[in-house]
Design a protein around this ligand. Structure first.
Ligand code: FAD
Ligand code: NAP
Length: 314
């Protein structure tokens, strides 16, 4: 049976960058790009958004799906083979490792995990209707869009991400309403202080957002008090979710060390997991930056480290 040098699992910027580097190192990488894995099309999270304005090299912006199509083409041109299958299981008990994708079982010397993370949604009324038409899961990505400029914007969540993104939104919004379901923030003290001392941010404590309203674009929200259930209506032109992400790690079945939030743990400054020969890159191991460019950068690291491992350790 043929043994692959490297199997890349995933299809976002991390996976494709890893494929480009592994291909150019003549490792003939095999990528399983997923078939609606985690309910996201092959290409990853960027296929769910419109314009990307912060990926270097595109001064006029580029569509998320178009950027991922270009990365895919480049990976193939550099020698990657791509299969549109979702990996359901891996077996790391002995070497070579086994990767099971639907009915295929493939043996490999190294694995690069780049399965990303999925932003949690809340399932409020009309969420699908206004998704990317006022509702977004990424304030850093979408906050600067013209439709949000000088408008009242809302953010849901009370963690570090919500605080960081609320502060980011103050650059563009006339006012930021921060909807927190409890009467305390989960975020670190420093982040709490910054948010609570910012005049542009108004805290809406103990409040759930229940419904999004508007015609073509979001214009207002129906809210519900967490204790009294009293309903209210608030005018907002944008709503950002910051209620956590779920890394796509179910298929690992406990064979790789993950942290309490489910992110793969890597040795600081590297993409090495606790299993030698298995590397992780992109959002599946990054709960802080979660950007296309940082995912791509760590994809380069993973392929380079896999190449070194194959030369030195096998
Ligand atoms: P992801 O993009 O998360 O892709 C991983 C993909 O791998 C999955 O989506 C799935 O298709 C596949 N997969 C998962 N599990 C399996 C499996 N078991 N087998 C096979 N395949 C699998 N970042 C920016 O820099 N700029 C922006 O403007 C920007 N806008 C964004 C807008 C939105 C709405 C969202 C949600 C995110 C945005 N981001 C943006 C963040 C950016 O998309 C992510 O940081 C980046 O895509 C992470 O890349 P990744 O390679 O880790 O994986
Ligand atoms: P998080 O810490 O899990 O916080 C999620 C927030 O969303 C919590 O406040 C939670 O409320 C709220 N929430 C969850 N489900 C909700 C729902 N259904 N309705 C309303 N609110 C809901 O996630 P995170 O903020 O993304 O942070 C993840 C990790 O990354 C943390 O360890 C964080 O410290 C780290 N991080 C660090 C930085 C930094 O250091 N600058 C920046 C970003 C992230 P409850 O509090 O009530 O549970």
């Amino acid at each position: 049976m043929k043994i692959e040098n490297v199997i890349i699992i995933g299809s976002g910027p991390a996976a494709h960058t890893a494929a480009i580097y592994a291909g150019r190192s003549e490792l003939k990488p095999l990528m399983f790009e997923g078939m609606m894995a985690g309910n996201i099309a092959a290409g990853g999270q960027l296929t769910t958004t419109t314009e990307i304005e912060n990926f270097p090299g595109f001064p006029d912006g580029i569509g998320g799906s178009e950027l991922m199509d270009q990365m895919r083409k480049q990976a193939i041109k550099c020698g990657a083979r791509i299969e549109t299958k979702t990996v359901t299981m891996i077996d790391l008990k002995s070497k070579p490792f086994k990767v099971i994708a639907e009915k295929d079982s493939v043996e490999t010397k190294t694995i690069i995990i780049a399965t990303g993370a999925t932003a949690k949604r809340l399932g409020i009324v009309n969420e699908d209707k206004f998704w990317q038409k006022g509702i977004s899961a990424c304030a850093v990505c979408d906050g600067a869009l013209p439709l949000f400029r000088n408008k009242v914007l809302g953010i849901i969540g009370g963690g570090d991400t919500a605080c960081e993104e609320a502060l980011h939104l103050t650059k563009y919004a006339s006012k930021v309403l921060m909807f927190v379901r409890r009467d305390v923030l989960r975020a670190s003290k420093t982040m709490q202080d910054r948010v609570l001392n910012n005049d542009k941010i108004k805290m809406i404590w103990e409040t759930h957002v229940a419904e999004a309203m508007g015609e073509q674009f979001l214009t207002s929200l129906k809210t519900k008090h967490a204790k009294t259930s009293k309903e209210d209506k608030m005018e907002v032109s944008g709503l950002f979710y910051a209620v956590g992400h779920e890394p796509n790690t179910d298929f690992l079945d406990g064979q790789i060390e993950i942290d309490e939030a489910g992110y793969i743990m890597t040795k600081p400054g590297t993409t090495q997991t606790n299993v030698s020969g298995v590397f992780a890159c992109g959002d599946v191991q990054d709960k802080i930056y979660r950007q296309a460019i940082t995912a791509a950068g760590s994809g380069c690291m993973a392929a380079t480290e896999a190449d070194h491992y194959l030369k030195e350790d096998v």
